[in-house]
Design a protein around this ligand. Structure first.
Ligand code: SF4
Length: 434
């Protein structure tokens, strides 16, 4: 896969979308409304339109932590079934009565996402949508004029969308230009696109490539410092190997077992991205320091089992269950499209995700891939079946996409991710034991 572009509006190859009318996008969240949306929709007397709305409170004000940094002020209250109350027979009642333009702005834009960068705008789709999960309909490339129109709507909704890409770094203390990033990204994608090997190995190869690139940058920085001290770059020490990087890509089979910290990291991330109970925007963000405080000062040793509603699973029992990505083309394709879309859309590092450095942002994605496998297995186990199905993986992808969009990564959380995700050895262990 690559991308096609015109006027710096980039679209991914191989990503299709059309609404399948399943109604799933209209459930599991409280639809946020701008001030304008709120007045437009709440001014309508819905009880007159349908008896189902008589005596119902349909809207609520957003709490501060929900509205912070967003254009939204209010939200549609979810119905008792977890769906938007305007979803009737799998159709939007607002749309059918008053037309698409009366719907909330976010519903008009969904599931398209746009990311402005120094090399143009990168558009893709949210995998919370079943249409995106199933790759339904025409390719985004064929829908270019429509997506450009959607981007104009996006700019109206988010006039301040100016992500700051000026501070991007390969690793802390190693800034890179946008052009250099694009070179690294094309190499990362060449590893991820290599369908001759399992996805785990592709992630590991890309992570190792970044670690080696950092080792070279360090060596050349040390060489330059040596040259200024000794007068000749030839006096510099040979490049130190990056942690976990060797002259050929390491194999997963040689990775060590998960250690105590790996398990706690995975358990902590699992609680954020695959919570056993419903969490909203900004709830349940990563707090490693709270974890350390609890262990040291309160003597609470959290467990290392992955929780699903009413059940929990150890890493060992999940690891022993096979994951069918290599035999099941549909599963492999879904996972590939999901991660390709994130990388293409630049939603994994820098201004695209918590201002993480490229190495930590990419390694986080690799660890998230491992968690996605574990979650899919846990879902299959909770159904008391011994085999992961496409729908188990689809459910895990949709929840992951939703939670990654809701998770705030600022301050301490970003620093924690930066520290714990930097090691390619950790990536190898986690990929090998998922
Ligand atoms: S307002 Fe309409 S499109 Fe938006 S979530 Fe509700 S039913 Fe779906």
């Amino acid at each position: 896969m690559s991308d096609t572009k015109s006027d710096n509006f980039h679209l991914p190859e191989g990503i299709n979308y059309e609404c399948t009318g399943c109604g799933k996008c209209c459930g599991g969240w409280s639809v946020p409304l701008t001030e304008e949306d709120y007045h437009r929709i709440s001014d309508i007397d819905w009880a007159k339109e349908s008896d189902r709305y008589i005596g119902k409170a349909l809207f609520r004000e957003l709490k501060d932590y929900e509205s912070k940094g967003t254009p939204y002020t209010n939200a549609i209250k979810e119905g008792s079934d977890g769906h938007c109350p305007f979803l009737v027979d799998n159709l939007c009642f607002i749309h059918s009565k008053y037309g698409a333009e009366t719907k909330p702005s976010i519903c008009q834009l969904f599931p398209y996402s746009f990311n402005k960068t120094p090399s143009g705008v990168y558009a893709t789709v949210s995998f919370y949508s079943m249409g995106a999960v199933n790759n339904s309909g025409k390719s985004l490339i064929e829908q270019r004029p429509y997506l450009e129109k959607k981007f104009a709507e996006f700019k109206k909704l988010y006039p301040d969308h100016e992500p700051n890409w000026s501070q991007i770094q390969l690793s802390t203390g190693f800034p890179i230009t946008w052009e250099t990033y694009l070179e690294y990204e094309s190499k990362i994608l060449s590893y991820i696109n290599d369908r001759t090997m399992p996805m785990e190995q592709r992630f590991l190869n890309a992570s190792t490539y970044l670690a080696r690139t950092l080792a070279e940058r360090r060596a050349s920085a040390a060489g330059a410092a040596g040259a200024s001290t000794n007068g000749s770059p030839n006096n510099a020490s040979p490049p130190p190997p990056a942690a976990g990087a060797s002259s050929s890509s390491p194999q997963l089979s040689s990775a060590a077992s998960l250690n105590w910290l790996d398990k706690h990291l995975l358990t902590g991330l699992h609680k954020i991205y695959f919570p056993a109970k419903r969490l909203g925007r900004g709830e349940g963000d990563f707090n490693f320091y709270r974890f350390i405080y609890q262990v040291i000062f309160q003597g609470i040793i959290p467990g290392t089992k992955l929780q699903l509603p009413g059940r929990s699973y150890s890493f060992e029992e999940l690891e022993s269950m096979p994951f069918p990505s290599n035999e099941d083309q549909e599963i492999e394709d879904l996972i590939y499209r999901y991660f390709f879309s994130r990388i293409f859309g630049k939603h994994y590092f820098g201004a695209g995700f918590g201002q993480l450095t490229l190495i930590s942002g990419f390694n986080h994605l690799a660890i998230v891939f491992a968690l996605l496998k574990l979650q899919s297995k846990a879902i299959a186990k909770s159904r008391d079946v011994g085999k992961v199905s496409y729908l188990d993986v689809a459910a895990a992808v949709r929840l992951l996409e939703k939670r990654m969009g809701e998770t705030n990564l600022d301050g301490m959380a970003a620093a924690t991710y930066e520290t714990l995700m930097h090691s390619p050895r950790r990536v190898a262990r986690v990929l090998a034991h998922s």
